[in-house]
Design a protein around this ligand. Structure first.
Ligand SMILES: Cc1cc2nc3c(=O)[nH]c(=O)nc-3n(C[C@H](O)[C@H](O)[C@H](O)COP(=O)(O)O)c2cc1C
Length: 201
């Protein structure tokens, strides 16, 4: 009988200064639960504008709100700054057009953009959650470059076919898809074609 214990999935979350901090807050709340259960090892990194937008949209100090370790802006000693550390997946939630442009052009000037660069070069999962409207041709070309390089572009676009009744439920329609692509098994909203499990927490 095998006594092998599943190793935690190593996941990085990057937060930028695009609108959409509540998506990051909800994602990190769920990943912190996975971390507490030993299923996930979590690293968090920020852009310089993320705390300002977080304070506006979520209230309070981002670092104090998170029950997870947050790395410094240019702390390249973080394990996920190197491919050899074998981190599995990264989500950038929300992803500004500025950060999308920098990653698309290989500008690894912060821990966040470096971590994304590592995910791409190592052919690991990079989930980019852009938030901007309308999108210019420059934005679209940068997002296309990221997609061509292997990133998954998952726009912060809530769905409504599950009839969300609250803002939190609408947020979960996006966060649930992010978790799917990070390889975390959590059902937040009814899945199309499946009976509603009532799992809208
Ligand atoms: C309240 C607020 C909302 C913003 N929303 C967006 C947005 O939705 N998308 C975006 O690309 N930039 C947005 N910006 C602008 C970015 O914060 C800005 O371009 C910044 O330089 C991005 O830097 P970063 O990518 O390092 O976070 C917003 C800024 C503020 C203050």
């Amino acid at each position: 009988m095998s006594s092998a214990v599943a190793r935690p999935r190593k996941i990085v979350v990057g937060i930028t200064g695009a609108s959409g901090a509540p998506y990051a807050k909800r994602l990190l709340q769920l990943l912190a639960e996975e971390r507490a259960a030993g299923r996930v090892e979590l690293g968090v990194c920020l852009s310089s504008t993320a705390p300002e937008v977080w304070a506006l949209e979520c209230g309070g100090d981002l670092r104090e709100a998170l029950d997870v370790p947050v790395w410094g802006l240019r702390d390249f000693r973080a394990p996920f700054a190197s491919g050899s550390a074998g981190w599995h997946a990264m989500a950038i939630v929300p992803c500004s057009m500025g950060t999308a442009a920098r990653i698309a052009h290989g500008i690894s000037d912060t821990l966040l953009t470096r971590a994304a660069d590592v995910m791409i070069k190592e052919r690991r999962s990079l989930v980019v959650v852009p938030r901007e409207t309308p999108l210019s041709t420059i934005h679209l070309e940068n997002l296309t470059a990221l997609s061509r390089a292997g990133a998954l572009v998952l726009p912060a676009m809530p769905s409504f076919y599950g009839k969300p009744e609250t803002l939190d439920q609408a947020i979960d329609t996006v966060v649930g898809r992010i978790l799917d692509h990070l390889g975390v098994d959590r059902t937040l909203s009814a899945r199309w074609g499946e009976p509603d499990t009532g799992a809208k927490t």
